[in-house]
Design a protein. Structure first.
Length: 335
């Protein structure tokens, strides 16, 4: 059995940073994730996607951020159980928690931090004729290796941040990028929408608004997409790849059975310390909800910092918490 101070369910960026904040308070953490690597969505879905809202980095690739976080938490020697899904959570007679995974691994801890991003997530798939037939044969729901799209005809569908960001990025990689959006305004960041409009204006991409992809065609591999526009006319575009980016559908899985207050597939928390309605269980990152919630990585970092302060008092109720600034003491003295 693995024993630790804090078990963190979810090894995405927020969960990883929680290791750092807990480590500064001399609490040991163990990370658990169903994915075979750390990084959560960043590593699994868009490792090469540039991120623009991390303080101090005008732009940083998702996987690079994960690598930096791994480097940052290494001095605190966290434990890892990767590629295993948490199935059970039980309160023990001595007040500790016992976590069990689908592979039979058991982790005993004093506090639990749920940082599972969107939980068990899967891409939202649009209603497109023959979509499933071309999955893995031209249809992709994430961009893991941008170089795989070099000199190819790419059709992206969506109107959110991912669709905008990948349209901008792949404009310099692919032979041709076409962005298809059902509306005429975007849900994504305004500056990204402006960049897409400018790329369309200079002919660097094709922007097709008030339209939707309705069918795919090809022999063995995707060769063409069919699009219906506002005039109800169907047009056909050559396409080597179709990338529908309509977000992820969250599924909490076993978490739903842990007695937590749930609102629309998210865990309700107290914003004072991001504790849940169950003593000893915290929720940080995209998986939690509260008035004014913003699903941003930097907000998850903030939540991790406040959570750690509260968790220390829960894990060590008889010890005095002395807050120390890393700029004064450095890391090596605090490890």
């Amino acid at each position: 059995m693995i024993t630790t101070d804090i078990a963190i369910i979810g090894a995405g960026p927020t969960g990883m940073f929680a290791v750092f904040e807990a480590g500064l308070l001399k609490m040991h953490c163990h990370l658990i994730d169903s994915l075979p690597q750390t990084g959560g969505q960043l590593s699994e879905i868009y490792p090469q996607k540039p991120i623009y809202d991390i303080p101090g980095y005008p732009a940083i690739n998702a996987q690079e951020l994960v690598d930096k976080l791994e480097e940052q938490i290494a001095p605190f020697h966290p434990g890892y159980t990767l590629g295993e899904r948490v199935e059970t959570l039980q309160k023990q007679d001595d007040g500790t928690w016992l976590i069990g995974t689908n592979e039979g691994t058991e982790i005993s801890c004093k506090a639990v931090v749920i940082s599972g991003g969107l939980g068990c997530f899967e891409p939202r798939k649009p209603e497109v004729d023959r979509l499933a037939e071309f999955e893995g044969k031209g249809v992709m729901y994430a961009v893991r290796n941008p170089e795989a799209f070099r000199d190819r005809n790419i059709v992206i569908a969506g109107g959110g941040d991912s669709a905008l960001d990948w349209t901008i990025f792949l404009a310099n990689v692919a032979k041709k990028v076409t962005l298809v959006h059902r509306g005429d305004t975007f849900r994504g960041a305004p500056d990204a929408a402006e960049k897409v409009a400018e790329l369309a204006k200079i002919g660097a991409i094709d922007l097709v608004l008030k339209s939707r992809v309705v069918a795919l065609d090809g022999t063995g591999h995707l060769e063409q997409v069919s699009i219906i526009g506002p005039d109800n006319q169907t047009r056909h575009l050559p396409a080597d790849n179709f990338i529908p980016l309509f977000g992820l559908s969250p599924k909490l899985g076993p978490i739903e059975n842990w007695g937590l207050n749930i609102d629309k597939s998210a865990i309700e928390v107290n914003t004072m310390d991001y504790s849940t309605n169950v003593d000893g269980i915290y929720a940080i990152g995209d998986i939690n909800t509260y008035p004014g919630k913003l699903k941003l990585i930097l907000c998850g970092f903030h939540e991790a910092a406040l959570m750690a302060q509260s968790a220390f008092k829960y894990v060590y109720p008889n010890q005095r918490l002395t807050f120390k600034y890393t700029t004064v003491y450095g890391i090596t003295e605090l490890v």
